[in-house]
Design a protein around this ligand. Structure first.
Ligand code: ATP
Ligand code: MG
Length: 252
């Protein structure tokens, strides 16, 4: 479904230096798999997700979705792709401050043509699954940061995307909520047979991932974290390897 072919994106820093944010990355993601991407701050993780979403154009290489080069789509087709096939969880959430949690989560469905009522009805189960249904009518500004993060996740999943790109989706959550969100993303990948790529600092993510990579100087390398108690917990003590996956249900 998603294929990155030798993708490169360099930036020019204010002092004129070149920043090799993404420097020749190739990666193919198939439906049903969850790929975890690690890397220190500034290693190019967000840039890579923006490239994968077609939100940033590569300097070289290509990003293909179902074999179509995103850079060659018309503006209208690119917008449609993002609206109907993609779920992007932004690192900064991007909520509308004056809107309620449920209306924020419903925005994408409304943009795709649903009525406000339909869209709200459709996203309520996601808010429930993410443990924030009791905050549905709070304005975004009245939510805790972790609650905002979960509203952003509900919105990203609302349109039944075929590809979810998640930029540190557990960055503002406590370990229990983080575990629930990771389990939800892993379960959705299998249930809906969709691809999920998530950027994270959380070692527990590697335990629910089918594959994990580390970004280093704009390049991808395999990542195998040391087992942590959380990871042991998530896998029942087994390391996730090729094809291995923790048994996952809905978060309780
Ligand atoms: N528009 C830009 N112009 C110049 N440099 C940029 C631009 N966007 C990103 N960079 C640089 O590219 C590098 C990668 O940025 P990116 O946001 O992808 O990092 P990241 O791995 O997501 O970091 P973090 O974990 O802090 O979110 C950084 O050094 C950043 O300063
Ligand atoms: Mg980032």
């Amino acid at each position: 479904m998603l294929e990155l072919r030798d993708v490169r994106k360099h930036f020019t820093a204010p002092d004129g230096d070149s920043v090799r944010a993404v420097d020749g990355v190739s990666l193919a993601l198939v439906p049903g798999e969850l790929v975890a991407l690690y890397g220190p701050s500034g290693s190019g993780k967000s840039t890579l997700l923006f490239l994968a979403a077609g939100l940033t154009r590569p300097d070289a290489g290509a990003v293909l979705f179902d074999g179509r080069d995103l850079a060659r789509l018309s503006r209208r087709d690119a917008a449609r792709h993002r609206l109907t096939e993609l779920g992007f969880i932004f690192q900064t959430f991007r909520l509308v401050p004056g809107l309620s949690a449920i209306d924020n989560a419903a925005l994408k469905l409304m943009a795709a043509g649903a009525s406000r009522r339909e869209a709200r009805r459709a996203v309520l189960p996601l808010l429930e699954r993410l443990g924030i249904a009791d905050r549905a009518e709070h304005r975004a500004t009245q939510l805790s940061v972790g609650e905002r993060q979960r509203v952003a996740i509900a919105g990203a999943l609302s349109n039944g995307p075929r590809l979810v790109l998640a930029d540190e989706p557990t960055g503002s959550l406590d370990s229990r909520r983080a575990h629930e969100v990771l389990a939800l993303l892993a379960a959705i990948a299998v249930e809906r047979d969709i691809g999920v790529a998530l950027v994270t600092h959380d070692p527990a993510a590697a335990a629910v991932a089918t594959r994990a990579f580390r970004l280093h100087d704009g390049r991808l390398e395999p990542f195998a974290p040391a087992p942590t108690p959380a990871a042991e917990d998530a896998t029942g003590g087994e390391r996730a390897g090729a094809g291995a996956r923790a048994p996952l249900g809905s978060p309780e």
